[in-house]
Design a protein around this ligand. Structure first.
Ligand code: GCU
Length: 356
């Protein structure tokens, strides 16, 4: 029987990037190719989502007014099956209405959204979870309630976090204050990787906003750049080897075969990867993706992310929505800035209104 997924050693090195469309010239053909792409990403990089899932249910543990009564903040426990749960918080406008909702995952101790009050004023719901609450970010012990519910799943922490976005979306879509056609997912750095992958996998997210997500997110895996050029300099730019040596729990073990696991983690067999990060962006079409990179955030491969945007563009063009594959390359270092949040909202409003 022909093996569906060859091991790294039997894969041919590719010239350039794998083609996202691979001959697909209609949206129908692209849908079939998209399924193939998803399987490739799951096999070599992410691991798989559970095949059958328990429905989730949320319980509001406490609620209080915030921002002088303009908003309501709730702490919510989300039961995910087999007696397991994780908690998140939600802030929504206190006034009547159905609002677009942003799902965001944050680092331990960094739960405050820098534009929390403005979100309420502009009419958004924010639902936010701490990444560690769903899967501990610890290579020696990445414990997770999701792994306890689905012990057979081979997913890495990034896919588990991405799944967390979807479980919160399940909850949000059932609330009468949420406009379920206007869901956004976002996160910074490793959480940006999770947000991008959540948006690639779950088509309920109309706008996907990874911030400075780099290697394993919006950054190219085979071409490393500074701000404007390819350099292949692994001292400055993170590679597959650098990720998999330091964060082996993020992806499946086979992903490590493509990198060099010894510092300074030079490029090794990345050219054999039958995937690259433009596949994530392409999977989002015809929905909207805005990635944000920093000119001084070399580690996250600014130029490589730009190449990924270009390589995904034909899929957005196939759908007639070229403006929905968006990118901001801002001045400055690694960080999720106020401006980053604003750009995301401005872009979302363009997508929601159908102007792009
Ligand atoms: C490290 C890691 C990156 C990651 C970043 C972060 O720098 O190498 O891949 O994005 O941490 O999450 O802050």
């Amino acid at each position: 029987m022909e093996q569906k997924f060859l091991p790294m050693s039997q894969l041919p090195p590719l010239e350039g990037l794998p083609d996202a469309l691979n001959g697909a010239s209609t949206p129908e053909q692209w849908r079939a190719r998209r399924e193939e792409i998803k399987e490739i990403l799951c096999h070599y990089m992410l691991g798989h989502l559970p095949e059958k899932e328990f429905p989730v249910s949320g319980e509001v543990l406490s609620a209080r007014e915030v921002y002088g009564g303009k908003g309501v903040r709730e702490e919510i426990r989300l039961d995910i099956g087999r007696g397991e749960s994780f908690e998140f918080y939600l802030v929504r406008p206190a006034r009547e209405g159905r609002f677009p909702a942003i799902v965001w995952t944050y680092f331990v101790g960094r739960s405050d959204c820098p534009i929390g009050e403005e979100l309420v004023d502009r009419g958004y719901v924010l639902a936010a979870f701490e990444n560690n609450a769903l899967c501990k970010d610890d290579k020696d012990n990445p414990v997770s309630p999701a792994k306890r519910v689905y012990p057979e799943a081979d997913w890495g922490a990034i896919l588990i976090w991405a799944w967390g976005f979807s479980k919160i979306a399940d909850y949000l879509c059932a609330q009468d204050y949420v406009d379920a056609n206007k869901l956004i997912c976002t996160g910074h750095s490793r959480n940006g990787k999770a947000a991008l992958i959540a948006g690639a996998m779950d088509e309920r997210f109309q706008v996907v906003a990874p911030n400075n997500s780099g290697c394993g997110g919006a950054g190219c895996l085979r071409y490393l750049g500074d701000t404007w050029h390819i350099t292949q300099n692994s001292v400055e730019v993170e590679t597959v080897g650098a990720v998999m040596d330091r964060f082996p729990h993020w992806f499946v073990p086979e992903f490590a075969d493509f990198g060099n696991l010894t510092p300074p983690y030079p490029i090794a067999h990345e050219d054999r990867l039958p995937l690259d990060a433009h596949f994530f962006r392409a999977m989002i079409a015809p929905r909207g993706v805005i990635s944000i990179e920093g000119t001084e955030d070399l580690w996250a491969n600014c130029y490589g992310s730009y190449l990924m945007r270009l390589a995904a563009q034909p899929v957005f063009e196939l759908y007639g929505v070229p403006g929905r594959n968006f990118q901001i390359i801002r001045n400055g270092p690694h960080g999720h800035t106020h401006r980053g949040w604003h750009w995301m909202l401005d872009f979302a409003e363009e997508v929601f209104s159908g102007r792009i």
